[in-house]
Design a protein around this ligand. Structure first.
Ligand SMILES: Cc1cc2nc3c(=O)[nH]c(=O)nc-3n(C[C@H](O)[C@H](O)[C@H](O)COP(=O)(O)O)c2cc1C
Length: 183
């Protein structure tokens, strides 16, 4: 069985998340052998333990980044994690081979509906920086699982909450199926 590392990049998973919280809770139930790295639990001060994070990455075969899209990109906590941990000599450079051939899978959510991401700016555009990062670090990029319309603005409406919960559970299920197809 491959080692699976799931990294939550939501800046406030416990206190201010609807969709990512459901997805992470489902994953913990469905993948009991995976390692869960909740950045907002570990690093509320954004001070990343670089050595500990690098060890988790070295031990992993499949790396899943779970996050909400913020400003067409990843939240700053996840960007800080990546900037601190993916450093020359570890992830890239002549002696930096620690991530080579590890599988990189993205899992993200947006507030805007899926239809908002059309030909002028497709969902794939938000994955592009990770495709490039995988290329530079030798990781095998294996795609993304995506759910739209999980919006702050809909949280107060009971019917919309039920729809968002169903979409989040379905997202977790699709993600688990994708991970299992890789493992
Ligand atoms: C600072 C910030 C920036 C955001 N930027 C985007 C965006 O660029 N595109 C989008 O569709 N949704 C955007 N959203 C909405 C989030 O993606 C959405 O609330 C999140 O995916 C829902 O996950 P959660 O319930 O786990 O917080 C943004 C939300 C915040 C707080």
């Amino acid at each position: 069985m491959k080692n699976i590392l799931i990294i939550s990049g939501h800046p406030a998973l416990r206190d201010n998340s609807f969709a990512n919280k459901i997805i992470m809770e489902d994953l913990e139930k469905l993948l009991p052998d995976a390692t869960f790295d909740c950045l907002s639990d570990l690093y509320p001060d954004y001070l990343i333990d670089v050595e500990a994070e690098q060890k988790k990455l070295v031990a992993a075969d499949i790396i899943v980044l779970q996050f909400p899209i913020f400003w067409y990109s990843m939240p700053s906590l996840l960007a800080k994690w990546m900037e601190d941990v993916f450093i020359h000599g570890f992830s890239h450079g002549t002696t930096g081979k620690a991530l080579v051939h590890k599988k990189l899978l993205l899992s993200f959510t947006t507030g805007a509906p899926e239809s908002a991401y059309d030909a002028s700016f497709p969902v794939e555009a938000m994955a592009e920086r990770f495709v490039r990062t995988a290329g530079l670090t030798g990781m095998d990029y294996v795609g993304f699982i995506y759910t739209g319309r999980v919006s702050y603005s809909l949280r107060a409406d009971a019917e919309k909450r039920a729809e968002m919960a169903a979409a989040s559970h379905a997202h977790a299920q699709r993600l688990v199926e994708k991970i299992q197809s890789l493992a």
